[in-house]
Design a protein around this ligand. Structure first.
Ligand code: GCO
Ligand code: MG
Length: 412
């Protein structure tokens, strides 16, 4: 089975996506997601200039060998651009393997370990009443676990708060479908960690009082805290029994997590910007985290993500794969198959894509009773409508960034 054609497709239905499409001499096609939010064209160029010429004419059945070849032969290992590119190839080859075998990917990975994947959605609000409405909407949509993000008194705009962004950006609720705002410059937001640490425990107390003790609640610290601030937050949220606290520190300095861990039993999730098992190795081995937030798209594909989770299983660390709208439907499908097959599944993040995105990417996953299932189509179960994709050319877009009150750039 020879790869005859490799196409890099950049489309921007509700936001930018980079997709690799491989076609074999036997007529099978495979899709891979290579979207790197705000840096999409770097990956598209890496693929078209440096990977496509290597793929055409090679054997589509050799997934492990192709991965090792692309990872090791370039000499320049790791990094988000490289690993998103390799991920797209890996996903596309698994898609082809599944289609050739007539089986959904999760069957090739060992079959289903559960009926479906518990998924959480993003509830947010500037003030409590809006936040409560947002939680209720998510419960009505079938979510059984919910991430809580709240405005902070005195701060104008915080990434992750939909209604707040609508106020700040002329009524356009950009967060849900457009975290990377289209435009020539990134949007500036403001931040104050002391105000946030003071405000957040009260928000969780109010949510627990309103919605009861049972629903799994999550929170994303989005890399904004120092280790001792993160320790303090974890401790102050203990009474509200979080399912996880995510990205409490930037984790570039992994030692920081030791300090956090010494002070709190709030479970920790980390790694949406990690690229390989090496980024997770020490955190897993030292049991400093509870959930792997890697995404199939940014971790180099299905092959290394499955290996990372098998390694994590030795330490009772579970999955919490990154699933915002900048993971394309192709990437979401791939990680749903992995999540269904592995034993140590924890929770899947699930933000709905926009209507135009769903037209471009025809999907076969289901969402029933709070559970996602990738479906039983052979391969990944996603097809790309190239005519639809062609209607939406790339638009430059940037993620926002933060400055403190005195003008200092801060993690956002
Ligand atoms: C999350 C996130 C995202 C990321 C975004 C960056 O869903 O947990 O932190 O909103 O910031 O995907 O591209
Ligand atoms: Mg996050």
């Amino acid at each position: 089975m020879i790869i005859e054609k490799a196409e890099v497709i950049v489309t921007s239905p509700d936001r930018n996506f980079v997709t690799l499409k491989l076609t074999t001499d036997e007529g099978h096609t495979g899709l891979g997601d290579a979207t790197l939010n705000g840096r999409e064209l770097a990956v598209a160029t890496y693929l078209s200039e440096h990977i496509v010429p290597l793929l055409v004419g090679s054997d589509a059945s050799r997934i492990e060998d192709t991965w090792q070849f692309l990872y090791r032969s370039s000499y320049w290992r790791r990094g988000p651009v490289t690993m998103a590119s390799i991920a797209a190839v890996d996903m596309a080859l698994w898609d082809i393997k599944g289609k050739a075998a007539g089986m959904p990917l999760y069957q090739l990975l060992g079959g289903a370990s559960r009926r479906g994947l518990t998924a959480y959605g993003h509830a947010s609000g500037k003030e409590l009443p809006e936040l409560f409405d947002s939680v209720r909407e998510h419960l009505d949509e079938g979510y059984r676990a919910i991430r809580i993000q709240s405005g902070v008194p005195g701060l104008k705009a915080i990434y992750g708060i939909a209604s707040q962004s609508a106020d700040t950006f002329g009524g356009e609720a950009r967060y849900d479908h457009e975290p990377a705002r289209r435009g020539e410059k990134p949007v500036e937001e403001d931040w104050d960690t002391r105000a946030y640490l003071k405000h957040l425990p009260g928000v969780f107390e109010a949510v627990r009082n309103e919605f009861g003790p049972d629903i799994p609640l999550l929170h994303d610290g989005h890399h904004r805290m120092t280790p001792i601030q993160a320790a303090k937050l974890g401790k102050s949220l203990e009474p509200y029994d979080l399912f996880w606290l995510e990205d409490c520190t930037p984790a570039e300095n992994q030692e920081a997590l030791k300090l956090v861990r010494q002070h709190t039993t709030t479970p920790l999730a980390i790694g949406e910007i990690f690229n390989t098992v090496w980024d997770f190795k020490d955190l897993i081995r030292d049991q400093l985290i509870d959930y792997v937030r890697g995404a199939v798209t940014h971790m180099g594909g299905v092959t290394p993500l499955k290996k990372t989770m098998d390694y994590a299983a030795l330490y009772q660390v579970k999955s919490g794969f990154h699933g915002p709208t900048d993971i394309s439907p192709v990437g979401m499908a791939a990680q749903m198959h992995v999540g269904l097959a592995i034993h140590n599944f924890g929770m899947q993040e699930y933000m709905r894509h926009g209507a135009k995105t769903d037209e471009v990417f025809r999907q076969s996953f289901t969402w029933t009773d709070g559970l996602l299932h990738p479906g039983d189509q052979p391969g990944l179960g996603v097809e790309l409508d190239q005519d639809e994709a062609g209607k939406y050319p790339y638009e430059r877009a940037y993620l926002p960034y933060n400055r403190l009150a005195d003008g200092t750039v801060h993690d956002w």
